[in-house]
Design a protein around this ligand. Sequence first.
Ligand code: AMP
Ligand code: ZN
Ligand code: ZN
Length: 419
Amino acid sequence: MTSRLSAWLLLGWLAASAHHGAPGADGAASPAGSAAAGSTPLVLISIDGFRWDYLDRHPAPNLRRLAREGVAARGLVPVFPSKTFPNHYTIVTGLHPDRHGVVANTMADAVLGRFSLADRAAVEDGRWWGGEPIWVTAERQGLRAATCFWPGSEAEIGGVRPTYWLPYDGQLAGEERVRIVLGWLDLPADRRPSFLTLYWSDVDGAGHDTGTRSPETAAAIARVDRWIGLLLEGLEERGLFGRVNLLVVSDHGMADTPGEQTLVLEDFVDLAGVEVTGETPAIFLRPPPERVEPIRRALAAAHPVLTVWRRESTPRSWRYRDHPRIPPLIVAVEEGWNLREARGATGRPPPLGMHGYDPRLRSMHGILIGHGPGLAVNARVGRIENLHLYELMCHLLGIEPAENEGRLRAVRGLLAKGH
Ligand code: AMP
Ligand code: ZN
Ligand code: ZN
């Protein structure tokens, strides 16, 4: 979508709600726990690639304020592969990728063909997206959902879409996204969403291009923090700050990858006739059946930082074995390294930061900050697996979760007393 179209949509919403007074007046902000389902809006905010320790190393006053006044975890543990789409979709479904089916940013399916982030037709095709994302759970139980970007939100899943959603537009200005979300909160009660999302990719982009300790990454963190500040100001103006639940998450962290630490798969094996998916640092191979073992053996002896697994023997903690979209061979390099399929010009300099490594690595952990009536005050908790956030969000919204693999018990420490 063009920014112009977004602006037009926004104007439409603002006009629709212009005659309305303070949104809190009609019950939007009654305390969670005692109120009807969805009466306390929940805004789920993702800052792509925001590593757990960025908050300690950068000023980010608005995020720090939320963490200080609300609840902050020592880290948010992603699922394998620690990439954008699998993790965003685990956060909203409570399922591992081998259950929800979004097994990589770039994947292949015997019936559907190939999937990649930039392929709009694939991204909007609900057949790629298994399980039940929270906006579907919410809409099915009579609430409204509104997404200013989230992987999966552009597809009809189980016959349901968010009431308000936008096709992903990476160019849409950060502050515009905040205005859109505030516009949704300004809607009259019968049209106002209870579950909303916001997403920015700036910190991830800077981390890839320039590494975790660069001035560019510091600037991206400062920029996103200003947008968080705009959101908080907008909520304060509406009397909603402290009366909506805010969850700030990131999908994964980032590791520095010095340019010379790159391996090329074709230096070790012939990939002609092999279906290649995934992307650095974890590449997935589907060779013809008779070539699986020879390729595995060649890669097993290829290089000390490279590991190859058959899908049935990937680390148990990854829970990355069962889905038919997971190919027979998984190849990955160690933290700090990149893995390319072939030699030759990519037209881009090698990335100086990367993620996608083993989720147990500290560098892969993201952030989790909560603030609002349903969430603990001045509290710190340990690391949380992102798998459990679906249960947490359903609890905050007062809706019945669909079947999932998360446990509310694992996130109890995040909740307000008595909630
Ligand atoms: P990754 O390769 O895992 O670092 O993915 C990050 C990229 O995902 C960012 O550059 C975003 O532009 C892109 N992205 C995030 N959300 C979406 C979406 N809903 N549709 C398409 N691309 C997206
Ligand atoms: Zn990401
Ligand atoms: Zn990234």
